[in-house]
Design a protein around this ligand. Sequence first.
Ligand code: ADP
Ligand code: GLC
Length: 482
Amino acid sequence: MKKILFAASEGVPFIKTGGLADVVGSLPKCIDREYFDVRVILPKYTCMKQEMKDKLEYVTHFYMDFNWTDAYVGVLKAVVDGIQYYFIDNEGYFGGFKPYGDNALFEIEKYAFFSKAVLSVLPIIDFRPDLIHCHDWQTGLVPVYLKERFQGNDFFRGIKSVITIHNLKFQGKWDPKVVQNITGLPQYYFTPDKLEAYKDANLLKGGIVFADAVTTVSDTYAEEIKTKFYGEGLEGLLKARSGDLRGIVNGIDYEEFNPETDKYIVKNYNAVNFRKEKVKNKRALQEELGLTVDERKMMIGVVSRLTDQKGFDLIAYVMDELCRDDIQLVILGTGEERYENMFRHFDWKYGDKVSANIFYSEELSHKIYASCDAFLMPSLFEPCGLSQLMSLRYGTVPIVRETGGLKDTVQPYNEYESKGTGFSFANYNAHEMLASIRYAEQIYYDKKREWNKIVDRAMAADFSWEVSAKKYQEMYDWLIGY
Ligand code: ADP
Ligand code: GLC
């Protein structure tokens, strides 16, 4: 049995801020349990829901040499859906109201602590993974520490590591001297062939340099990040490592996201009866959110972190024009204040057409995926994107920009060949987006049978983990040896 440890900063059902948590929560369940023992290690955040904290069982604690002190490391565990989870506890680091804070230096110290603790805890819990699968910059130091000091110890010798880039934008950067002081890594690690990038110490870069393989979450993003526009300064390194870099597209949890059994939605439906049943969810949501109750109105949904990445500049630019169309717009999201206020403003201005829900709600997100006719995601860049996959699963037609995983997962509608699962546009341009939305409106209002065929194809598309989990398994086998 090959042993794999997932190390990440968030994971469903314990803690989630975005798609990373969905992946960490769903992929391990889909790895073949006959051959792989996959476990997951996360920080124990004080802000986790009480019902999840109640599931954790204390294992032990010890003190770890970190940042010039003996730092407390608590260890807890839980089993969910047959997956063994471990948690690293230290309230000084993980005690905030949300998982990630605004103080960049503290974030670096926090996740350097986590990365070192992930390795230090292994002999204590007597779990020696064959491979550690790291995710994003927060665990970038795991491959570094593994090669630097832990390999000297018999227990760790030969452990492989992989890092998956879910978002290249976030790298964990700070002054090398300060980072050296915190991490205790030798000075010669802070050079441009190792952790240094553009005079900063860069934790993600460390992970990319020292991991045995690098993956990202779609084929297109794996190509894009080798270019200047998407490479966030690391395009050279990624080109250099292109032999060890592969794109494996994300899946979603087909049990959690299933219109037939979803507990959050008013009316369950499936690929056979959606024509009659799906619309009942729309009516209920119109009532709940105070929109005009009219099941014929085309409803467009957005569920997103409200950041630059997601293309809200385009929406802001044409929002007034869009609101003159015969549509309804339902937004669920939190993030940058300017976008939160923009949507609040349009909700105030077009109350019966626009509903801005500036908060986080699992329940409302499911209702939006189920109720809307279309889902808008005009991202500037998108490593994979899960929201469009959830929309496809619920027969809600995605309107996306052709970038990263959006390009790989949404097939553009072609009315002449009767193909496609959504609508898309190429350039980061507000009127190009608007033209795509209007094309969708036209099909929705004037060619309802065609629209329903798009929904048919969307619901038939398979974005469960089945295929992608096999690709991860092949990679694990290749790295560990057969
Ligand atoms: P990213 O990871 O870049 O935020 P993804 O599309 O990969 O984008 O994943 C976003 C995930 O977070 C989806 O599961 C989406 O439903 C969820 N999500 C985003 N914002 C909210 C919110 N305000 N309330 C509930 N779920 C949200
Ligand atoms: C990141 C990306 C998103 C991706 C998710 C899970 O948050 O922004 O595109 O789907 O990670 O891999």
